[in-house]
Design a protein around this ligand. Structure first.
Ligand SMILES: [Zn+2]
Length: 277
C-alpha cells in the first residue's frame, strides 16, 4: 500500500476560524467579522494505492470556485470569510491522470465530510463507489444545507453516495469504525466535532497509522494544543475528538495528516509520527 498527498490548490481563512474565539453562540460571528487572515494553506486530498484498488479520501476543491456566482451570493461565509485559489490543473482528476491513475482505477471514494473543499472534486469520480456518513450527507442537502455552508446544488447530478455501515464495537478510543478493506488495514472511524458526523480514515502500513484527519483540527499544532476551530457547532465535541486522537497517538505510532496543515505533505513523506507527552 502507498499513500499520496494531492494538493488541490490553497485556501485563505480567518484566524478566528482556525482558532475558535469566544463562547459557542458568537464563534461563527467572530469568523465572519474577523480581520486577520491566515494562509494560504493547502487543500489536501489523499490517494491510497491498495491491492484491492485505489481508495481516494476527500476530493479537494474545484477551479470553478473562481467563477462568479459559484457560491450562493447571499451566504456571508463565502462573501466575507474564505478565498480559494485553485487552478484547473490542480484539481484531483488532472493530478491522478499525471500519476497514471484513471477514474476506473478508483474503486472507492471516502468523504470525511461534505464541505466544498473536500467534496469539490466529486465530478472526477463518476465510476467509483462513494461513501459518506449519511447524517452528514443529509445535513448538506437542500436550502438548509446551503444555510449550513454547503453547496449541494454543485454536486454532480449522478451523485448518490453509499452510506457507511459502522461496527459499534469501536476502534481504540473511537466509538465506531468500518473496515474499508478486507483485512482492515484501511478503516473509517468517527471523529465528530468540526461537523457532527465527521469521519476520518486510518491507513496502516508496517504498524504506522496514517491518520487522514479531514478537519479534526487545521494543524498538528492545534491538535496538540487542543484547540477547537471557530466553525464547529459544538466545540466541546471537537475537543473530545482531539483527545481521542491524542490518546490513539500515545498508544500507536501515528502520522497525523489534517487537510489544511502546511506540513501534512512533508510528514507523510518523512513518516513523522506524532509525539504526545
Ligand atoms: Zn470542513
Amino acid at each position: 500500500m502507498r499513500i499520496h498527498a494531492i494538493q488541490t490548490g490553497t485556501v485563505e481563512v480567518k484566524k478566528n476560524q482556525v482558532i475558535g474565539k469566544g463562547p459557542k453562540a458568537v464563534r461563527l460571528i467572530n469568523v465572519l467579522l474577523g480581520t486577520t487572515w491566515l494562509g494560504p494553506v493547502p487543500i489536501y486530498a489523499w490517494v491510497i494505492e491498495h491491492k484491492e484498488g485505489v481508495i481516494v479520501v476527500d476530493t479537494g476543491e474545484t477551479a470553478r470556485t473562481s467563477e462568479p456566482g459559484y457560491f450562493p451570493r447571499w451566504q456571508p461565509y463565502y462573501k466575507f470569510a474564505v478565498r480559494f485559489h485553485v487552478k484547473p490543473e490542480q484539481e484531483i482528476g488532472a493530478q491522478l491522470k499525471q500519476m497514471g491513475i484513471t477514474p476506473k482505477d478508483v474503486r472507492k471514494v471516502i468523504l470525511t465530510h461534505m464541505h466544498t473543499d473536500h467534496a469539490g472534486g466529486l465530478h472526477h469520480f463518476p465510476e467509483s463507489q462513494i461513501y459518506v456518513n449519511m447524517p452528514e450527507y443529509k445535513r448538506s442537502l437542500g436550502f438548509q444545507g446551503q444555510i449550513n455552508g454547503y453547496v449541494p446544488h454543485r454536486a454532480p447530478t449522478w451523485f448518490s453516495p453509499n452510506s457507511i455501515v459502522f461496527d459499534d464495537k469501536g476502534f481504540g478510543p473511537f466509538q465506531k469504525f468500518w473496515d474499508i478493506t478486507s483485512n482492515g488495514d484501511v478503516k473509517v472511524i468517527t471523529t465528530e466535532g468540526h461537523i457532527p458526523a465527521h469521519i476520518s480514515v486510518i491507513a496502516t502500513i508496517d504498524d504506522v497509522h496514517y491518520f487522514l484527519a479531514g478537519d479534526t483540527s487545521y494543524s498538528e499544532e492545534n491538535l496538540l494544543q487542543k484547540i477547537a476551530d471557530g466553525v464547529s457547532p459544538d466545540p466541546n465535541q471537537a475537543i473530545d475528538t482531539i483527545r481521542n486522537i491524542l490518546s490513539f497517538a500515545s498508544q500507536y505510532p501515528t502520522v497525523y495528516l489534517p487537510s489544511h496543515d502546511t506540513r501534512s505533505g512533508i510528514r507523510l513523506k518523512n513518516k513523522t509520527t506524532l509525539s504526545v507527552n
